[in-house]
Write a protein that binds this ligand. Sequence first.
Ligand SMILES: Nc1ncnc2c1ncn2[C@@H]1O[C@H](COP(=O)(O)OP(=O)(O)OP(=O)(O)O)[C@@H](O)[C@H]1O
Ligand SMILES: [Mg+2]
Length: 503
Amino acid sequence: MSLAIVYSRAALGMQAPLITVEVHLTKGLPAFNIVGLPETAVKESKDRVRSALVNSHFDFPICRITVNLAPADLPKEGSRFDLAIALGILAASKQLPQDTLQAYEFIGELALTGDLRAIRGVLPVVLHAHLALRQVVVPIHNEMEAALVKEASVFAATHLLEVCAHLKSITPLKRCEVVPTLLAHSEKHDLSDIKGQPHAKRALEIAAAGRHSVLFVGPPGTGKTMLASRLTSILPDMTDKEALEAASVVSISHTGFNADCWKKIPFRAPHHSASSIALVGGGRPPRPGEISLAHHGVLFLDELPEFSRHALECLREPLESGKITISRASFQAIFPAHFQLIAAMNPCPCGYANSATHTCHCTPEQIRRYLSRISGPLLNRIDMHMIVSPVSPHLLQTRGKFSEEPSLAVRLRVMKARGLQMARQMKYNSELTVPELEKYCHLTEDASKLLHEVMLKFNFSARVYHRLIKVARTIADLAAEVKIEERMIGEVLNFRYLDRLGS
Ligand SMILES: Nc1ncnc2c1ncn2[C@@H]1O[C@H](COP(=O)(O)OP(=O)(O)OP(=O)(O)O)[C@@H](O)[C@H]1O
Ligand SMILES: [Mg+2]
């Protein structure tokens, strides 16, 4: 037989569509063609595969070789099909039994020596191959990543010859297993590093408990960046499912999988010069942006008004839907983006508006223009915004960490409040829909009256109204109260600083 079929997988966003590698050998002038929309790196496969086969002491068939990567209409990138193409040629030229190939999927780049090199995006490949009930062979450098899918049957190889020995049942390959060093990560920052700032810390706790987005506004050097960087230290550990989803995004990103970050809550802090593509993803092939790399974690936008207007506007859709769809003429890629937004900014260009210690030199028009860089709709989507004032020198001089509450204590309260939310509604308070708000957020009579007065006084929009109730629900959960009380509505009002500024 001069036809062989081998399975592999392409990368398309978070998907890993099946690619059937068909290799056909026919009589004729020696030629080696790859068809099926291959990109440049796939075309270069020809030279790598030829050298790898020759250097592994196989016969390279002297005939007409046609390799078809099906389906033809799916763009294919990278060197990931090298191994499958080489095995297809060996099977078609009867140097390898054809029947054993069907139970496997192969992924990996070949060096000219026949060694296997790591590729990006192995995790989605293994997940999909497992669903298709096939075993997978991956390069040894991708072993740790592949082993994360515990139920899948994955083998790791260092060389083409090892894969052939396995398929011929001479020397079985090593099964990938979870390496015990892949332990949950411990945080190095602690909330107790921050002196004073009880209101900001309380806001951080509420944000963590209900997964609310938060914006800190304050003069330079008051600890806004410091506060934001402590958010992950009070969040509960990621579940295995969440960690696997987050690792899958990193696996297909430009950095690739990093075993050191396994189960570490993502904390992405892109610089304000980031383009909208860097922020939300895109390019060709499509790669996830910062919002997807922050999936199940935190996206921190420091100096919020300095981000380009377009980049910020791109956040509106994923903030509501938890995903981003990148549509181009030839493909559509969907990346998950279920992140918690935390942002920081100064109140005016000089940073000292309303400061008790410094004089602000900005004109009202400059301040208005500065604040208007953040659009109303985006601001509407931020659950909490609050002012962070400077700490007193006396507080800064207190030594030791003992006077401040450590992250662990706050984290326990956050976990308790999250537990209540899951038991009641199976989602975080920030994700409640309008009918669910009516079902789960009951106010006492006094609270209801206060909220009515506040709405009239500040002329809040319907979205702000719903956000107020969601944050109040989280405050009630932290206090383990069934109903939202008047004092809770009062506290929530502290977290609408910019709305009150505009009214
Ligand atoms: N409450 C605090 N406790 C201890 N150190 C603090 C506190 N607030 C500020 N600092 C110190 O000030 C430094 C600057 O803080 P940070 O970068 O968080 O300020 P910021 O509010 O983000 O300022 P900017 O508006 O300029 O970005 C910190 O690295 C820390 O040394
Ligand atoms: Mg800062």
